[in-house]
Design a protein around this ligand. Structure first.
Ligand code: TEU
Length: 558
């Protein structure tokens, strides 16, 4: 039995804000920091403890702030440093912590470090980035970027190629250079000294590059994650910076395995507090074309992946729990049912109960608590995301692997812009997000799906999220219990049990729009449990069946 330490960040519920799309206070069409301040009471109402703020630093916004040109200034689009300090103070006054986004695998190509580095081969900052010679005008190898095309970009006047795992405007820093690490650590300390409560670390398991991969032909499958010094650098960061503050850290880690995560997020506190893993976000990928040719996922695989992480980290490391963020389509459209209003509400609640009653720290993405859906992105002109534009160029225009219609079908299902449309506050023009013209159009369904119609309604999706967060705070079994899957072979239901001290929690979910009548629930002794929460009327639910998209959560004393 793991008697892990009680930590505030294990008990907290986190809410992610994507600043550009949350609340505009000036009429510019872009969300901003003062807008966030004006909505803090809404977040208090929801009951969250921590805000993870996607990047608000100075940036040319090629990748919406994940391309940073100054780590210590606020993007004027979002406000000023005074505004940020006011946000920090106003959040703290309400007992809400602020976690910033740390994007240090790469900078913007407009960052002064890169401008110096690229200026000549013998500039003192040349080695702050990763430069290689090409071969007869071709890149050093065939390594591809996550955002399509080569991971190498030729650059004058040095006449070499630089490495970029993401867009060409996002050159990768050379973490093997101790000066780079020092500069990052000092910058982090200055944010902590200002009072921020932690960092979400962007692709932090990609900072250490495999020398043999950079030197090889780098074809498909070339490994970008979990390089040889990744743990060493995070331990160093922990010693130099993190261990000196009472903060929380979460590492975003594409390609992380359970075994790696046991080190990255070890209970001994030597690296980070927890990681974001991607496995459950890839179950609907095509083996070859990935997210650009999505296919139906199998519930069996979802259960297997989530269960693997629940059991794999038990007793040695800590999980994060998420369905959504600014890179993922809306979960109700992906694993739930947005075809009718009734099923949208039911399945959004079911999905929330299913995941956020597991072991780990929940991360709720803005609008998820309203059951916001995917967006009808019909044409490429409806999109704003560089990942979509680059993939279109490569897969449709250059390689002709997909037709334009086929590609847009994939974008509708999986494109990141699904998550990036403005927050739906009320039924006023542009959903109350802006008095101007929004940088990306509001989802037309805001007349039906909006915060104003939900905040006072306990039966709304918002009311359900609020209640789930409250239940986590009042039932230690939700935070600290173990995990056991029940009826594992059933392809329609997701049922699991948690145990802690003298309590047992039973979470029952129907992942279909049909009633399930042929499971023998008698072994569960449902009559002995007390009902904590459900998405139906208490009078409607029955012990011999599950209703469409039903969830029901019971607490037992043992
Ligand atoms: O995302 C990392 C990442 O791997 C994503 O690009 C994801 O794999 C992709 O969207 C799925 O197709 C982080 C940020 O969350 C993302 O917004 C940034 O674009 C990216 O890093 C580069 O900083």
């Amino acid at each position: 039995m793991a008697a892990e330490k009680k930590q505030w960040w294990r008990e907290a519920a986190v809410y992610q804000i994507y600043p550009r799309s949350f609340q505009d206070s000036t009429g510019s069409g872009e969300g901003d920091i003062r807008g966030i301040i004006s909505r803090l009471d809404y977040l208090c109402r929801l009951g969250i403890d921590v805000i993870w703020l996607s990047p608000v630093y100075e940036s040319p916004m090629v990748d919406n702030g994940y391309d940073i040109s100054d780590y210590e200034r606020i993007n004027p689009l979002f406000g000023s440093m005074e505004d940020f300090e006011l946000l920090l103070k106003s959040a703290h006054q309400r007992g809400i912590k602020i976690v910033m986004d740390l994007v240090v695998n790469h900078t913007s190509d407009k960052h002064p470090w890169f401008i110096e580095s690229r200026s000549s081969r013998n500039n003192p900052k040349r080695d702050w980035y990763i430069w290689r010679d090409g071969y007869a005008g071709d890149p050093p190898n065939k390594m591809g970027s996550v955002f399509s095309g080569s991971a190498w970009q030729y650059d004058e006047p040095g006449g070499q190629f630089y490495l970029h795992f993401f867009a060409r405007e996002q050159p990768d820093l050379n973490w093997d250079n101790p000066q780079v690490r020092d500069a990052v650590y000092s910058m982090m300390k200055r944010w902590f000294d200002k009072g921020v409560d932690g960092f979400r670390m962007d692709v932090i398991n990609m900072i250490s590059k495999f020398p043999q991969v950079l030197a090889s032909n780098g074809g498909p499958g070339a490994s970008m994650s979990n390089g040889p010094e990744a743990h060493e650098y995070l331990r160093e960061m922990n010693r130099e910076v993190l261990s000196h503050y009472d903060i929380m850290t979460v590492g975003e880690m594409p390609g992380v395995t359970v075994d790696e995560a046991k080190k990255y997020a070890a209970d001994d506190g030597s690296e980070l507090n927890m990681v974001f893993q991607f496995e459950h976000m890839e179950l609907d990928n095509d083996p070859r074309l990935g997210k650009w040719a999505p296919r139906r996922y199998r519930l069996h695989d979802l259960k297997a992946v989530l269960g693997k992480w629940q059991c794999g980290l038990y007793g040695s490391a800590w999980n994060s729990l998420y369905w959504n963020n600014h890179d993922q389509p809306r979960v109700v459209s992906r694993f739930g049912d947005d075809s009718t209003e009734e099923y949208r509400v039911k399945s959004a609640k079911m999905l929330a109960a299913c995941l956020y009653l597991m072991r780990g720290t929940p991360f709720i993405y803005q609008g998820e608590e309203l059951g916001m859906t995917n967006v009808p992105l019909e044409k490429i002109e409806d999109c704003r995301d560089i990942e979509i534009f680059n993939a279109y160029r490569e897969l449709v225009e250059e390689k002709k692997l997909l037709g334009p219609k086929q590609f847009m079908e994939a974008v509708k299902k999986r494109g990141r812009d699904n998550a990036r449309t403005p927050m739906q506050w009320d039924i006023s023009p542009n959903s109350g997000f802006t008095a101007g013209k929004p940088w990306i159009p509001v989802n037309p369904n805001y007349q039906t799906i909006n915060a104003a119609s939900q905040v006072d309604d306990p039966l709304s999706v918002f009311g359900f999220y609020r209640e789930l967060i409250r239940l986590r705070k009042t039932n230690p079994v939700i935070v600290y219990g173990d995990y056991e899957l029940l009826f594992g072979d059933d392809e329609r239901s997701f049922i699991y049990r948690r145990r802690y001290e003298d309590k047992e929690l039973l979470v029952i979910c129907n992942f279909t729009r049909e009633s399930i009548v042929d499971i023998d629930f008698s072994v569960l002794n449902l009559d002995n449990g007390s009902l904590l929460i459900t998405n139906y009327d208490e009078a409607e639910i029955m012990n011999d069946r599950l209703l469409p998209w039903e969830t029901r959560v019971l607490l037992f004393s043992v």
